[in-house]
Write a protein that binds this ligand. Structure first.
Ligand SMILES: *Cc1c(COP(=O)(O)O)cnc(C)c1O
Length: 394
């Protein structure tokens, strides 16, 4: 099929929920991507923080292939080896004690929301159900998770929304203290807001939130769907802050490019019992085999050390561009979750970068977001910076 045919079929038969760029990728390797005309791109979108190990990472592909050949799916009526192994890996390398597997980020957050409500009910708090989230947050597209998402544009047209959510400005501890009430059961935050414009939390803020949770018997939920799995330079973003959540949600990069989601919880917060929650495909053998291979890759000696080095190098280079170009207001973020806020619209910059062989995207209208594979090479970073420099110069 030609690229034109792919576009035509998509326009004709697929619901128009995405504004797609005119690009039909057909092959990927490492941090590079090729379209149907053989044109090469540096991919600093990485499937939106999914392709952390690069495109089609051999170790993950091999693990999936081997698993699929022996057993592709069984139900959770039975025990699943790769699911048990992935749970063990995640628990042994995090502050949590138990895992639940599902298939996407929204589903993981949906599970976390149910878990927090169940925790309160199990403790006899029948009227504790409210979850406080941050403005500019993003937690997914199911009804409960668009409601958790503190941005009206994702909620418009889908009313009535489920009850039990309340919003506060991000990084404002006083606002949060004032928002806690008799119905509050949990606080849910992204340590680094991704879709909301690449906004990192202040360490003092998260520390304050943790104390507030402890004082009021609230659960602290960290949505690390975008900022987890090595993205900030630590295996989990909470480690970059030294503040442990009670519930941690993961998805995106967890299985190196294959669909998966997970809810991790500390023992005291693991409130589900048999029948409380389920997903037919959750903990699927192939997804979990991919997850094991992906997590083991991140845990390889020196892997995260190298991520920190190359991400530090990239941020330094972005800051040099900020000095040089008047359109740049600020560079911010942690590890390889970086944003460049402009004082102009970002759309045309994204387009010009694509024309010049660099894929990036833009959040919040004017924040260029850089979320390359964590394995991106220094030479590739240099090329990306050169392209951006040229594009910003007009
Ligand atoms: C992408 C994302 C989600 C939603 O994940 P899906 O897999 O698209 O449902 C939730 N929270 C955060 C922080 C995300 O970045």
């Amino acid at each position: 099929m030609t690229g034109e045919e792919v576009k035509d079929l998509t326009e004709k038969y697929v619901m128009k929920t995405y504004n797609r760029l005119p690009l039909v990728p057909v092959k990927g390797e490492g941090a590079r991507l090729w379209d149907e005309n053989g044109k090469e791109y540096l991919d600093f979108v990485g499937g939106i923080a999914v392709n952390s190990l690069g495109h089609s990472p051999a170790r993950v592909v091999d693990a999936m292939y081997e698993q699929a050949r022996s057993l592709m799916h069984v139900s959770n009526l039975y025990y699943i080896e790769s699911q048990a192994r992935l749970a063990q890996l995640l628990v042994e390398n995090s502050c949590c004690d138990k895992a639940f597997f599902c298939n996407s980020g929204a589903e993981a957050n949906e599970g976390a929301i149910k878990l927090a409500r169940k925790y309160a009910k199990n403790k006899g708090n029948q009227d504790k159900y409210e979850i406080i989230t941050a403005l500019q947050s993003f937690h997914g597209r199911t009804l409960a998770t668009i409601t958790a998402t503190g941005q009206p544009k994702f909620q418009k047209g889908f009313e009535p929304l489920p009850e039990g959510f309340n919003y506060v400005p991000f990084n404002d501890l006083d606002a949060l203290k004032n928002a806690v009430g008799p119905h509050t059961c949990a606080i849910m935050l992204e340590p680094v807001q991704g879709e909301g414009g690449v906004n990192p939390a202040y360490t003092s803020y998260l520390e304050g939130v943790k104390s507030l949770c402890r004082e009021n018997d609230l659960l602290l939920i960290f949505d690390e769907i975008q900022c987890g799995m090595g993205r900030t330079g630590a295996l989990f973003a909470y480690e970059s802050y030294g503040v442990e959540p009670d519930i941690l949600t993961l998805a995106k990069a967890l299985a190196g490019g294959f669909p998966i989601g997970a809810v991790l919880a500390k023992e005291k917060a693991a409130a589900f019992g048999p029948g409380d929650h389920a997903a037919t495909f959750g903990g699927n053998p192939v997804a979990c085999a991919a997850g094991v291979a992906a997590v083991e890759s991140l845990l390889e000696e020196n892997f995260l050390k190298k991520v920190n080095e190359s991400a530090g190098y990239f941020k330094k280079k972005l800051n040099e561009l900020a000095q040089k170009h008047d359109q740049v207001k600020e560079v911010r973020g942690l590890g390889f979750l970086l944003g460049m806020e402009l004082n102009i619209e970002g759309k045309d910059i994204v387009k010009s970068c694509q024309d010049n062989g660099l894929l990036i995207n833009c959040v919040n209208g004017n924040v260029l977001r850089f979320i390359p594979p964590l394995i991106v090479r220094q030479k590739e970073i240099d090329t990306a910076i050169d392209i951006l420099d040229k594009v910003l110069a007009g």
